[in-house]
Design a protein around this ligand. Structure first.
Ligand code: GCB
Length: 653
């Protein structure tokens, strides 16, 4: 959808494009849709050398092909068992289970889809022995219409999923498998997987597996774009939502008489986190047409946490589709807000916004990268406690449940693609894949008010040949899909040699002063941070976010004077950076600071990492280190000085 907003409102003139021809709406129950979860205990086994494919394991129950384990879904499989052969497995693993499809799902021409929230990395899916879909790339959803393959109440159905976690130079992220041919040192066929990132390459069915139904003619996709304008003579604003509903199977007709498709849009105040129905007395606006605009008088804007006393306000957008006798109803959350960016400022709802938050990981004990509601809510609660207003989905898209919480709580998100540490930019296959993954990411998150910036990559080798063409192509691709949000990638290069930053709207820089360079010299942090960030701004005249900085600490390690790995050294590293940021803010181009990392996380076996990356201000179990208290003082003080938010009474430092 491209809209010139002047066409709908006399107060605004600019054009925005957002939209796609395919849909991946989150499955939600309604009067016309059913949703069933296939989460639970599945059967699981590892596969040596692709035997399962050769022997057609999908044709029978996995338990009949050899010994299986019990595997919870969703979860990474790596840390569930007590076997290193499962944790460190390279190659294919197999899952299967039975399920039951209700008889009435076969009625009225309904369609049944299967939707996976994320499988890492390559997935094959069979229903009753028939390959129904494959998907490449973790962290993003995919789905398939499986109506034709189900038994609908006659007997059970059987689903088999095979997953390959191998990363290669043309996967995103990239990796390499090395075969060790020295027979004096390695047994025959020994291989090792390496990659250009430090987090553990968790794999498995990471997010929920859902079955859902739609009517034969159904709402396939919705794109929205929001804005607001002052109501004449009052202090109120009118909210404006441009929307575009795409309809699947529009030619279908029960009685083969062509009839028109109609869409009605109702907007209600508030959003039920489960999307279950609306309070009809809260209706605030309504519109007709599948591609139009709806205006909300006296709109309640979506504000970031700490910028307003009612952050993350969401409306319910109810879409009612009617074609012939076939109706469809879909409800989704919508927040009304604007974003703008200049060479020295980022604005949300026309007010200056300063990012203070974290880079995070989806990572925890036992479940690895598996989706966990308790963990998502706990992390949101700690983000709230510490006074952060934002995070980056380093280094891949996070689960829709985490993103729903960000929308609801007003946490601002930099949404990152899984292209970490990529290189070799002359391969068109890599670029095409990267473009496809950006398309899938924008498709999933385009309507989220929390998402304000797309990140194409973390620390690519952007000083290398071809990085300029590669990244300018990606920026153009991203902007063609969504011109309403700025684009960035996160660099670890120098302003003097980076070839890709020139194409970005916002510069994100990772730097580990006194950790990876001048190790132990925290006295150099202020000088180095100021001179480096100033150099980026002088060269490119763009706003800058320091997207990573920090130091590792092992919870419980202390020393005075401070020393590497102690909680004191991590705390001093952060404090020195805060000092530099205050000076840079006076200079007027720093628009954000993000600590690496929110919590400690798992890495592969490495002699220089004591059981993981320990740069979290919380431990992996989410216990605060000294750094968490220092950060809490900093982040609430920032909110206090910008928006008069009172400091919490229980600040320890
Ligand atoms: C970085 C990476 C991040 C690492 C971090 C570190 O620059 O972006 O993924 O975890 O450094 O601790 O080494």
């Amino acid at each position: 959808m491209c809209v010139t907003t002047q066409a709908f409102s006399p107060f605004l003139i600019f054009s925005v494009c957002i939209g796609f021809s395919f849909g991946l709406l989150y499955p939600r129950e309604s009067e016309t849709r059913d949703v069933r979860s296939l989460d639970g205990l599945w059967n699981f086994r590892t596969d040596q050398k692709g035997m399962g494919i050769l022997q057609n394991w999908e044709a029978t129950f996995l338990s009949e092909t050899g010994p299986t384990e019990i595997m919870p879904v969703p979860s990474s499989y790596n840390d569930i068992t007590a076997k290193s052969s499962v944790r460190d497995h390279i190659g294919l693993v197999w899952y299967d289970r039975k399920f039951f499809t209700p008889r009435d799902w076969a009625l009225e021409g309904r369609k049944v889809f299967i939707r996976f929230g994320s499988i890492h990395y390559y997935a094959y899916v069979w229903i009753n022995g028939v390959l129904v879909t494959t998907h490449e790339g973790g962290h993003l959803p995919f789905e398939e219409d499986i109506t034709a393959f189900l038994n609908f109440g006659k007997s059970y159905d059987h689903i088999t999923v095979a997953i390959n976690n191998t990363l290669t130079p043309t996967t995103i992220p990239q990796g390499q498998v090395k075969f060790m041919n020295d027979s004096k040192r390695y047994p025959k066929g020994y291989m090792e997987q390496s990659f250009n990132f430090d987090f553990f390459n968790y794999a498995g069915i990471h997010r929920s597996v859902l079955l859902y139904t739609t009517p034969p003619v159904y709402i396939e996709d919705i794109s929205i774009f929001t804005s607001f304008t002052k109501e004449r003579g009052t202090n109120d604003n009118t909210g404006i939502i441009w929307y575009d509903v795409s309809v699947a199977n529009p030619g279908y007709s029960e009685n083969s008489v062509e009839s028109a498709i109609t869409c009605r849009i109702n907007v209600y105040e508030g959003w039920d986190l489960n999307g279950a129905g609306v309070n009809t007395t809260a209706l605030v606006a309504t519109a007709m047409g599948c591609n139009s605009v709806v205006e909300i008088p006296k709109v309640k804007l979506w504000w970031p946490f700490l910028m307003d006393s009612n952050p993350g306000f969401l409306y319910t957008l109810e879409i009612l589709l009617n074609k012939d006798g076939s109706k469809d109803v879909y409800r989704m959350p919508a927040g009304v807000r604007t974003i703008e960016w200049k060479n020295n400022e980022f604005l949300i709802n026309k007010k200056s916004f300063y990012f203070h938050g974290f880079g995070r990981h989806e990572d925890s004990n036992i479940i690895g990268r598996g989706e966990s509601l308790p963990l998502a809510v706990k992390d949101s609660s700690l983000i709230n406690w510490i006074g952060a207003n934002s995070f980056r989905t380093s280094h891949y898209p996070y689960s829709e449940k985490i993103m729903d919480l960000a929308d609801r709580l007003g946490i601002v998100v930099i949404d990152e693609c899984p292209a970490i540490g990529i290189n070799n930019f002359t391969q068109s296959v890599l670029l095409e894949k990267h473009k496809r993954i950006m398309t899938e990411l924008i498709q999933r998150d385009k309507n989220r008010p929390s998402v304000v910036l797309w990140s194409l990559s973390n620390e690519p080798l952007s000083q290398e040949k071809g990085a300029d063409v590669y990244f300018s192509t990606l920026v153009n691709h991203t902007k063609a899909l969504d011109s309403s949000r700025p684009v960035t990638f996160v660099t670890s290069q120098q302003s003097s040699n980076d070839k890709a930053v020139q194409f970005m709207d916002v510069i994100c820089v990772n730097r580990y002063s006194s950790w990876y360079s001048d190790t132990g010299h925290s006295d150099l942090i202020v000088r180095q941070t100021i001179s480096e960030m100033s150099a980026w701004h002088e060269k490119f005249n763009k706003p800058i976010i320091m997207s990573e900085y920090g130091a590792g600490s092992i919870s419980g390690f202390h020393s005075e004077p401070s020393f590497l790995w102690t909680e004191e050294y991590q705390a001093i590293t952060l404090k020195k950076h805060f000092e530099a940021f205050d000076i840079l803010r006076q200079k007027g181009f720093l628009i954000g600071e993000m600590i690496w990392n929110f919590a400690d996380f798992a890495t592969p076996a490495e002699y220089f990492r004591p059981g993981g990356c320990m740069k979290g201000v919380f431990t992996r179990e989410r216990k605060p280190k000294l750094a968490a208290h220092i950060t809490r003082r900093r982040y609430w003080s920032l909110a206090n000085s910008s928006f008069h938010v009172p400091l919490p009474e229980d600040l320890l430092i």
